[in-house]
Design a protein around this ligand. Structure first.
Ligand SMILES: NC(=O)c1ccc[n+]([C@@H]2O[C@H](COP(=O)([O-])OP(=O)(O)OC[C@H]3O[C@@H](n4cnc5c(N)ncnc54)[C@H](OP(=O)(O)O)[C@@H]3O)[C@@H](O)[C@H]2O)c1
Length: 266
């Protein structure tokens, strides 16, 4: 669905946010892109992909810029998150702040981006995402929750982190279903309408893969010959990743495979 909606995009500088920014514009949205440090004149805003949206300063940690960011907005696409920071403060309390402001501003639909398996995998970041989902569902503002599987760059960064080691200790039996971030963004843009969808079907990549399998493809693509060694991880989080809790095998929305993405050199 396309149309001219005034849309606030949180997390507009992130991996997903960058893909959403251009796609929302292409779908006809007037995009208000939020960041704690918006690109300034003469800086990143001069890049064509950043210049065709209005930038606003927004910090979900303390609510800086929140009221003006939601003013006059029809739709909020909430892709801001602090996976490596204080996710309790940003993802739970920051989301609640955003919901309150959106309700007060009569926003028609807050689209919350979540992760497949947050209700089954007891990783603290996922627990915070699940708490944020509950806040979204309990809020006065109409909403949509879209869960996606891991993006290709996320898996790539994990493998890059071990790639300099002489052997690669990895949880080879973990199962993931990585998706192209652009294809995930396409599916989220479809939900960015004034009509709230509630919890909508998950968005996953083309195939469920083991981490061992993904690592071998990465090793081939990078020309490395380092051995991959199974890292036995105890605990319920590891068991959940092994059991397929991060997968949505009946929701293979993305078509770009891990190998294709690696070859494209993104
Ligand atoms: N990565 C994955 O594989 C994956 C898979 C499924 C779903 N998701 C979900 O998709 C969403 C986006 O993930 P991503 O990987 O694109 O994240 P990311 O690259 O880490 O980007 C996070 C974004 O959040 C913003 N942010 C961080 N702290 C903030 C704060 N205090 N106030 C306002 N903005 C703040 C950052 O903007 P500034 O630094 O410019 O302020 C940045 O744009 C998240 O909700 C994540 O859970 C991710």
């Amino acid at each position: 669905m396309n149309g001219t909606h005034r849309t606030l995009l949180t997390g507009a500088t992130g991996t997903l946010g960058r893909a959403l920014r251009s796609r929302l514009r292409e779908a006809g949205h007037e995009v208000r892109a939020a960041s704690r440090s918006p690109p300034t004149a003469g800086g990143a805003a001069d890049r064509s992909d950043a210049a065709d949206v209005d930038w606003v300063e927004l910090d979900l940690l303390d609510g800086t810029g929140l009221r003006s960011a939601v003013e006059g907005v029809d739709v909020v696409v909430h892709a801001a998150s602090a996976p490596r920071g204080d996710s309790e403060a940003v993802d739970i309390r920051g989301t609640e702040r955003l919901l309150d402001a959106a309700a007060e501003a009569d926003v028609s639909n807050v689209v919350y981006v979540s992760i497949v398996g947050v209700d089954e995998i007891p990783l603290s970041y996922y627990e915070h995402k699940l708490a944020a989902e509950r806040s979204v569902e309990g809020s006065a503002v109409p909403s949509t929750i879209v869960r996606a599987t891991q993006f290709h760059p996320f898996v790539f960064d994990l493998l890059e982190a071990v790639s300099r080691l002489p052997i690669w200790p990895l949880p080879t039996e973990f199962r993931l279903q990585p998706i192209d971030v652009g294809e995930a963004a396409d599916a989220i843009v479809e939900r960015a309408t004034p009509e709230p969808g509630g919890r909508v079907p998950d968005v996953g990549g083309p195939a469920a893969r083991t981490v061992g399998d993904l690592a071998r493809a990465y090793r081939d693509a990078t020309g490395s010959r380092r051995p991959i060694v199974r890292l036995p991880l105890p605990g319920s989080t590891a068991a959940a990743f092994r059991s397929g809790a991060a997968l949505c095998p009946d929701r293979t929305v993305g078509s770009v495979t891990w190998e294709e993405w690696l070859t494209a050199g993104e």
